[in-house]
Design a protein around this ligand. Sequence first.
Ligand SMILES: Nc1ncnc2c1ncn2[C@@H]1O[C@H](COP(=O)(O)OP(=O)(O)OP(=O)(O)O)[C@@H](O)[C@H]1O
Ligand SMILES: [Mg+2]
Length: 238
Amino acid sequence: MSVFQYKNVYAGYSKEMDVLHGISFSLEEDSRIALIGANGAGKSTIMKTISGLVPLREGEILYQGERIDTLWPHEIVRKGIIQVPEEGGTFPNLTIEENLNISCINKKAKSHFEANRDMVYDMFAPLKEKRHMMADSLSGGQRKMLSIGKAIMGEPEILLLDDISMGLAPKVVEDLYRQLKELVNHLKKPVLVVEQIMEIALQFADYGHVVQQGRIVLSGTSEELLNSEEVKRSYIGG
Ligand SMILES: Nc1ncnc2c1ncn2[C@@H]1O[C@H](COP(=O)(O)OP(=O)(O)OP(=O)(O)O)[C@@H](O)[C@H]1O
Ligand SMILES: [Mg+2]
């Protein structure tokens, strides 16, 4: 059985109009799956339903065989289903270290606090340098690092990354993903990655689903999708 199942989900922001029209996919242990698709396709909405921020109208989300779509967002996080959101994700008026400390949300995370903090500081040197400064003193790229660092401190059982490249310089993005690859190799947990720039997502993931207007229209290994004429025509570079 898959560790995570997203089953026939319909959801949206109002009763009258669904944004997701029957989406299904699953995550296996240690798999890296990408959701790709144009602006407004519904990728972030999928992420928000997983974290309990957008309710389902129909369908189910299961983690280890149990429904999580009936839980509150904080209960979902406590299970280790942790999202690095498209925007925000850090507390600007806390120091970097305080931001990391408060992300230890369950017993397991608390017991590994020091090792995880050292790992975050090893991965992201600027965070270590500025650890006693307020988070609002960080640059955009460094704030993303902190948001990822906070997710690591929570000991993710499933890591959700929503468009972490947004607004960052290409070099910063390249570095971030290189470090994330190392991290994920170490974590050995499923990762769901959303990116508007699909080459980035598919170079990181093993398998991908193309989302178009709230439906999955194509699925395949990253290699298949990167070589697909249809994908190249419709999505590469945009
Ligand atoms: N808070 C909201 N209230 C109402 N509609 C919303 C809200 N957030 C998103 N939508 C709509 O839902 C649809 C899907 O948006 P979503 O943010 O999931 O797309 P996305 O694939 O993440 O796009 P992007 O690549 O731009 O981040 C869009 O039509 C969008 O306008
Ligand atoms: Mg989005």
